[in-house]
Design a binder for this molecule. Sequence first.
Ligand code: APR
Ligand code: ZN
Length: 363
Amino acid sequence: MKTIGKSLSIEEVEVAPPKAREVRVKIVATGICGTDDHVLKGSFPNVDFPVIPGHEGAGIVESVGEGVTCVKPGDKVIPLCLPQCGECSFCLNPNTNCCLQTHLYQSQNLMPDKTSRFTCKGKQVYHFLWISTFSEYTVMPDSTVVRIDDAAPLDKVCLFGCGFPTGYGAAVNTAKVAPGSTCAVFGLGGVGLSVIMGCEASGASQIIGIDINKDKFATAKDLGATECINPQDFEKPIQEVLVEMTGHGVDYAFEAIGRVDTLTAALASCHRGSGVCVMVGEPPPGSQLSFDPMMLFTGLTLKGSILGGWKMKDSIPKLVTGYLQKKFKPDVLITHNLPFSEINEGFELLRAGKSIKNIFIDF
Ligand code: APR
Ligand code: ZN
């Protein structure tokens, strides 16, 4: 549980049974990702405290409320940090994965009926993105949970709840990386490394990883980066370095850090006639992007990608099945398996750049 200004504390929490169209899930494994750290630092918008964070989990359905037909007790599931209600105009639009129930359009700090299922020492605790996976048991609306293959190892496929599909989909869905193309990936955390996997799978011929932490370079190269560079090793701005390395700039640039300055650099490193810059990281709330609009005039495109463009209910089970068929290797991102009691240490490792993905088990 997280109270504003404090690190996470582990508490006994009462988790109420699911109401109509809700599902109670026993979480078996959960990862942490950059977005959870934004919550802890107070830079994720519209979070109410005290809150149970976490949004990259996998578990087993414990009970379901009235009217739930998509899952039943005993099913292996992944909670979805982007809902797919299947009914709203955004869900019916094939060109967006942002259901109108998504946190960007409505608060998910309480269940849809505006009450919480979490109580600690008699006080209400808030939900996070409706799924709060840093909890042994958690309740979510049925629009935010999907059944996966019974054979899926939950301590691995929890990464399909956020980090892996976010990065991989940014390359294959949002950018639609073409074979033989050049790519630059800013930020080599779990998300950026998943972008590299997507670029590699798409047949890109040059994939340049960019990070200020050179300890990330070996994994990036194992996953398909053809070279890795540290902006601090150059006198000139990194965008100029990238334009020189590629002639006229890269075909695709991905920002997977969540900073405005690196997003500006990613944009400026693209080919002016046909480059595509994809914003994958989430910049701090209230940030403004400033650039010369003439950059876009000749054909450069700037796009955003949330959760890799996947409509989550439709896609996550298929991705998990693809994983079981060995089509993807997100396991290489898992650097640490820790007991849940060490969750604060997990955040320290992430901040110190010593881990890529920490997976927590043993609640
Ligand atoms: N220039 C280059 N690399 C940087 C810079 C910078 N100025 N600042 C940080 N980095 C690198 C870090 O060294 C780290 O390797 O960016 C990487 C970020 O990785 P993580 O912190 O592991 O974050 P991740 O989980 O990959 O998420 C990245 O995507 O989901 C979004 O908004 C979320 O901001 C998050 C982003
Ligand atoms: Zn919807």
